[in-house]
Design a protein around this ligand. Structure first.
Ligand code: CO
Length: 201
């Protein structure tokens, strides 16, 4: 335990607590993974997926990146999505953004360097698409928080057109896509009411 001894000690204590409360905890998790939800969230350290929805290990399949972005050309995200939908047969995909997201804020700032700039470019595009609505807001802070919401809605829109999702709906698999946003100030989630559980006509 030469490096990060505190984290490793924390881990031992955690594992002991789990088995203390439930002796079969790890045995059961080894045997099967059957989560019902895929979480696509921001990498931000202040938005710990499992914790904020109160789900223990084994119940949430998680993909996180800067700005909770879903891209048709991102093999990482697409592979997670495919595994979650086709193999794990999850019923719900939650795209969860958060207010005061640094990734979203960067899309209002000057160009940075790659690879971050290449990633932020997707958010800059959403900002451009909604330039009119954003310009009408009273100040910078309001524009930033609104783009956090618009970004989630855009990722939901992309998800519902991806082959993995469309094909699941075509074969009658139960699958819904939801857009949520998390408020760092009070720890509360808000449903952006863009849920969809069927292909659009
Ligand atoms: Co963020």
């Amino acid at each position: 335990m030469r490096y990060l001894p505190q984290l490793l000690l924390n881990n031992r204590a955690w594992a002991e607590r789990q088995t203390g409360q439930d002796p079969d905890f790890f045995k059961r998790l080894c045997a099967i993974q059957k989560p019902d939800h895929l979480w696509i969230g921001c990498a931000d350290s202040r938005v710990p997926a499992n914790e904020i929805v109160g789900l223990p290990p084994g119940e949430l399949f998680v993909h996180r990146n800067v700005g909770n972005i879903v891209r048709w050309d991102d093999q990482n995200c697409l592979a997670v999505l495919q595994y979650a939908v086709d193999v794990l047969q999850i019923s719900h995909i939650i795209v969860c953004g958060h207010y005061r997201c640094g990734g979203i804020q960067a899309a209002f700032g000057p160009p940075t360097t790659d690879p971050l700039e290449g990633w932020i470019a997707h958010i800059r595009t959403i900002r451009q698409t909604h330039a009119g609505e954003l310009a009408a807001l009273p100040d910078e802070d309001a524009r930033w928080q609104r783009l956090c919401e618009l970004n989630v809605m855009e990722q939901v829109r992309i998800l519902r057109g991806l082959p993995t999702v469309v094909q699941a709906w075509e074969r009658g698999q139960q699958l819904a896509v939801h857009g949520w946003i998390y408020d760092l100030r009070n720890g509360l989630l808000r449903d952006l009411e863009v849920s969809i559980n069927t292909a659009l006509p």
